[in-house]
Design a protein around this ligand. Structure first.
Ligand code: URP
Ligand code: ZN
Ligand code: ZN
Length: 480
């Protein structure tokens, strides 16, 4: 089956050029100023539209077992919503229970992912350390196609790791050519603050941001960065939400350290006032970690997107129904943490980024797709419009509109943190692996069509780190 996308503007992370794109058997086979319509079975008229690589969301959680319940979007509903929003690949997190083997958890997650209708990959969380962990990490990287390990510095007595485990894992990751991801919040401080607040009678959702102030995130980000630099491993700080965490990332990058910052669409647009809403259900539906912040932090995040300190935009999509959030009535520490964004990320980022002039279209592509592909080593197969690569493409109509609402979204959750937001500039078509899976407002997906994307270690973009670490080896001092 061949598709010709005609008369659009081809936009990638570097350039915007008027042209046509030909797709055949799941691949982009030609990008040129003019391609004859006789070359394709189906022609899509992209006049007035931008043709861009499909989005990559580097941070999602489908049916994650978490805080005594399970996230309500599964790999089918979640990937379907992603495709409707222009995201054609997503990276989920395998989170082994403490004491569970990584390989066992991989089997479990792979089984769940069989029904995905969009391509996906996995990060592996290190949640505990045992005699076999280093060997399992080796197998995960060298035999299972996963080159990224996640570390939760929060969620004490559940999946939090201490400094020793983090260092063990960083050292092994360096040996294996993997990248280390960090949920940066000081879990010890959070736990103490939660206890204090509950003792003071603060039991509602407002206790959530009060127990997780920006300093708690900044301290953890800084600590992880110092450890990673000492070891010589690339580090990626997920869901950077506030000024102190950005400052830690920025300081490190100015010193030449290999630190990547991820922003979330939610933190750019939603502020902490939601937690003081009188409607408990509404406030609880916004509980996620790190929490939405005071407005001033949002400008810092946008500025950091522009100067490159934050170079990837994710969602941390991890949704729970109102009835699941209700587990925390009377105790905010029991409200399952997580909110939506998978279907909305690209629409919102275009509307509040490109339409406002905060970013340009090439930055849009870089942040929603190409940078993640490079960092996690799936470029150019994903995140590009290069001939021979996977035909994951969005045709973007800058004039088309959508009003985001729980009433129209495909995310399997009865709330949307962006409810009522009107966006201009959305995908008219989404093409995944050469098939039209979303057209003019309608998803047409196939359960199980999504494939696992294997990712090799030693991503070329970290080559300079390896050189630098060699140079930094201490020199023996010649003594007389
Ligand atoms: O609140 C969140 N972010 N839930 C998902 C788990 C995590 O911390 O990423
Ligand atoms: Zn997290
Ligand atoms: Zn997450």
């Amino acid at each position: 089956m061949s598709i010709l996308i005609k008369d659009g503007i081809l936009v990638d992370a570097n350039d915007s050029i008027k042209g046509d794109l030909l797709i055949e058997d799941g691949r982009i086979i030609k990008a040129a100023a003019k391609i004859d319509t006789s070359e394709a079975k189906q022609v899509l008229d992209a006049k007035g539209c931008y043709v861009m690589p499909g989005g990559i969301d580097p941070h999602c959680h489908m049916q994650l077992p978490f805080m005594g319940t399970v996230a309500s979007d599964d790999f089918f509903t979640g990937t379907r919503a992603a495709l409707a929003g222009g995201t054609t690949t997503q990276i989920d997190f395998i989170v082994p229970n403490p004491e569970q083997s990584m390989l066992d958890a991989l089997k479990q997650w792979s089984g769940w992912a069989e029904k995905a209708c969009a391509d996906y990959s996995f990060h592996m969380a290190v949640t505990w350390w045992g005699d076999k962990t280093a060997a399992e990490m080796d197998e995960i990287v060298n035999k299972q196609g996963i080159n990224s390990f996640k570390h939760f510095m929060a969620y004490k007595n559940a999946i939090m790791v201490n400094d020793e485990i983090m260092m063990n894992s960083f050292i092994q990751s360096r040996e294996l050519g993997a990248i280390c991801l960090i949920h940066a919040e000081n879990g010890e401080l959070v736990a103490r603050k939660q206890e204090e607040l509950l003792a003071q009678g603060i039991t509602g959702p407002e206790g959530h941001p009060l127990s997780r102030p920006p300093e708690v995130e900044g301290e953890a980000a800084n600590r992880a960065i110092v450890f990673a630099d000492e070891v010589g491993v690339p580090v990626y700080i997920v869901h950077t939400s506030c000024k102190p965490a950005v400052e830690a990332i920025s300081r490190a990058r100015r010193k030449g350290m290999c630190v990547i910052g991820e922003a979330l669409i939610g933190h750019l647009l939603v502020d902490e006032s939601v937690y003081w809403n009188e409607d408990w259900e509404f406030a609880a539906a916004h509980v996620m970690s790190p929490p939405f912040r005071a407005k001033g932090h949002q400008e810092v995040l946008w500025d950091s997107i522009n100067n490159g300190d934050l170079s990837v935009l994710g969602t941390d999509h991890c949704v729970f129904m109102h009835k699941q959030k209700a587990n925390g009535k009377g105790d905010f520490t029991k409200i399952p943490n997580g909110t939506n964004g998978l279907q909305d990320r690209m629409h919102l980022f275009w509307n509040f980024g490109v339409n406002t002039g905060r970013i340009n279209m090439n930055q849009f592509v870089a942040l929603t797709s190409t940078n993640a592909a490079r960092i996690f080593n799936m470029y150019p197969q994903k995140g590009s419009l290069i001939e021979g690569t996977d035909a994951d493409v969005v045709v973007w109509d800058p004039k088309a509109e959508r009003t985001i609402s729980v009433k129209e979204h495909l995310q399997n959750v009865d709330f949307n943190v962006f409810e009522g937001t009107k966006v201009t500039g959305i995908n008219r078509w989404t093409i995944a692996n050469g098939k039209i899976v979303f057209a003019d407002g309608k998803a047409n997906v196939e359960e199980g069509a999504g494939k696992f994307v294997a990712r090799k270690p030693f991503a070329p973009m970290f080559d300079n780190l390896r050189t630098r670490v060699k140079v930094r080896q201490p020199q023996a001092v010649a003594r007389r």
